[in-house]
Design a protein around this ligand. Structure first.
Ligand code: FAD
Length: 387
C-alpha cells in the first residue's frame, strides 16, 4: 500500500524505528510523546545482532558502529573474581553475520531522532482513541486529535492504548529484582575494554559492557521483595556496598566510582504474554505488547523487529491496513511471547527464584563450552525476521 498516514504514540526505540522505516517508504508519519523532553530510561542497552540488522536495514549501519562498543568476549566470574567461563564472541558473530553493539541509550536515541526526518511532537499525552472503518484518531489530554490510516501504540509497558486492543486490563508483573545501571569511564581496573564482564553469586549479578566513547555501561541486579525494592535508601553507594560486601575488588571499585546522581535504580517488570497485538487499525509495538525482563537483552531488539515486520506488511500487501496488521500479528506474536517467557525463566534462574536451579546454573557456567553459550544466543538472534 502506498501513501498511508501513520500516527505513532511513543518516541522510544520502537516508535522511532517504526517512524523511520515508514518514512523511508514514503508514508506520512506523526510521532507523539507525552514527555516535555525525551530522556531515555536507563543508561545503556545491548543491541544484539538481530537489532543491529534492523538498524542496518534502515541505512544506519555506520552510525551504530560508531556509537557502539566493541565487544569481543564475554567473561563470567564468581563473586570472588574467579573466572568461570571465558567466551569468544567470534563464533556468534560468524554464525549470525553481524556483531552486536552495546550502546549508551542517549546515543541510540539521538541516532534514531536524527534519522527521523520530522519533528517528534512532545508534551502530547494520548488518553484514548476513536476508530471507524476508514481511519483511526488518537485523542490527547489537551483536546488535540490526530487521525491516520493506522495508529501504532508504542507507548511502553504502561500503555494506555493496550486496553483497547485487548479489551481487558493487563498489569505489568514485578520480575523480583532491582537493577541499578549507569555509565563509568573504561578502565582496566574494572574489566578489559573489549569484554562483557559478568560477576555472579548469591543470586546477584554485576555487569560491565563497553559502549562507545570509552565508557562502560554497568549494572547491578539484586533480588528483593517488592515492598523492600520500592523503598530506596538515600545513599545508593552504601546500599550497593551492603549488597555486594566481600565481592571482588573491581566490583568495589565500581561502587566507589559510579555517580549516584546519574545511576538509575529500577524495579524490573515484564508483561504477558498477551493474546493479541492488533485490533482494527491499531497495532501494539514494542514494550506495550511484550515488555521483557532484560536478562536476554532482547526487549529493544524485539521492538525493532516489530517495526520492520509491520512496515514490510504494510508495504508489500494491498488488501488493506487491517489485513496487514493481522499478518504482522501472526508473524510476531509467537516470537515475542517466546522471548518474554524465555527472559522470565532466565531472570528467575539468575536471581535465585529456585535457589537449587541457580546453584546448578553456577556449576553449568564452569562446565559449559563457550560454543554452547554463543550457540544459544545465536539461536535467539536467528529466530528473528532477518536471519
Ligand atoms: P519505551 O522505550 O518505554 O517508549 C515508550 C514511549 O512512549 C516513551 O517515550 C513514553 O514517554 C511514551 N508514552 C507513554 N505513554 C504515553 C502516552 N499516554 N502518550 C504519549 N506518549 C506516551 N533491550 C535490549 O534489546 N537490550 C538490552 O540490553 C536491554 N536492556 C535493558 C535493561 C533494562 C534495565 C531495562 C529496563 C530494559 C532493557 N531492555 C533491553 C528493554 C528495552 O529497554 C525496551 O524493550 C525498549 O526500550 C522498549 O522500547 P519501546 O519504544 O517499546 O518503549
Amino acid at each position: 500500500m502506498n501513501h498511508l498516514k501513520v500516527v505513532i504514540i511513543g518516541a522510544g526505540i520502537g516508535g522511532l524505528t517504526a517512524g523511520i522505516a515508514m518514512r523511508q517508504i514514503g508514508y506520512e508519519v506523526e510521532i507523539y510523546d507525552r514527555v516535555k523532553q525525551l530522556r531515555p530510561v536507563g543508561a545503556g542497552i545491548s543491541l544484539w545482532s538481530n537489532g543491529v540488522k534492523v538498524v542496518n536495514r534502515l541505512g544506519l549501519g555506520d552510525r551504530i558502529a560508531k556509537i557502539g562498543g566493541v565487544m569481543n568476549r564475554m567473561e563470567y566470574l564468581s563473586q570472588q573474581g574467579e573466572v568461570l567461563n571465558d567466551i569468544s564472541l567470534r563464533p556468534l558473530i560468524d554464525a549470525v553475520g553481524q556483531r552486536p553493539y552495546p550502546v549508551a541509550r542517549r546515543d541510540l536515541q539521538q541516532m534514531l531522532l536524527d534519522a527521523f526526518p520530522g519533528q517528534v511532537k512532545l508534551n502530547c499525552k494520548c488518553i484514548g482513541l476513536e476508530e471507524n472503518g476508514q481511519s483511526v484518531t488518537a485523542l490527547f489530554e489537551d483536546g488535540y486529535r490526530a487521525s491516520g490510516d493506522l495508529l501504532i501504540a508504542a507507548d511502553g509497558i504502561r500503555s494506555v492504548l493496550r486496553q483497547h486492543v485487548l479489551q481487558a486490563e493487563v498489569e505489568p508483573r514485578y520480575g523480583g529484582y532491582v537493577n541499578w545501571n549507569g555509565l563509568v569511564p573504561i578502565n582496566s581496573d574494572l574489566a578489559a575494554d573489549d569484554t562483557w564482564a559478568i560477576y555472579v553469586g548469591d543470586h546477584k549479578r554485576v555487569s560491565l559492557m563497553p559502549v562507545g566513547e570509552g565508557r562502560f555501561y554497568f549494572f547491578f541486579d539484586v533480588p528483593l521483595p517488592a515492598a523492600e525494592a520500592a523503598n530506596a535508601p538515600d545513599d545508593m553507594r552504601a546500599e550497593l556496598a551492603g549488597y555486594f560486601a566481600g565481592w571482588a575488588q573491581p566490583v568495589q571499585t565500581l561502587i566507589q566510582r559510579l555517580d549516584p546522581a546519574t545511576t538509575n535504580r529500577l524495579l524490573i517488570h515484564d508483561l504477558g504474554p498477551i493474546e493479541r497485538m492488533v485490533r482494527g487499525r491499531v497495532a501494539l509495538l514494542g514494550d506495550s505488547a511484550h515488555a521483557t525482563c532484560p536478562d536476554l537483552g532482547q526487549g529493544g531488539c524485539q521492538a525493532m523487529e516489530d517495526a520492520l515486520v509491520l512496515t514490510n506488511y504494510l508495504m508489500t500487501t494491498n488488501l488493506g491496513v487491517e489485513d496487514a496488521l493481522r499478518r504482522y500479528e501472526a508473524e510476531r506474536l509467537e516470537r515475542v511471547s517466546e522471548i518474554v517467557i524465555k527472559a522470565r525463566k532466565r531472570a528467575d534462574q539468575i536471581h535465585g527464584k529456585d535457589p537449587e536451579l541457580t546453584q546448578q546454573w553456577y556449576q553449568q557456567l564452569r562446565e559449559e563450552s563457550p560454543e554452547a553459550v554463543t550457540g544459544a544466543i545465536a539461536k535467539t538472534i536467528l529466530g528473528g525476521p532477518l536471519h
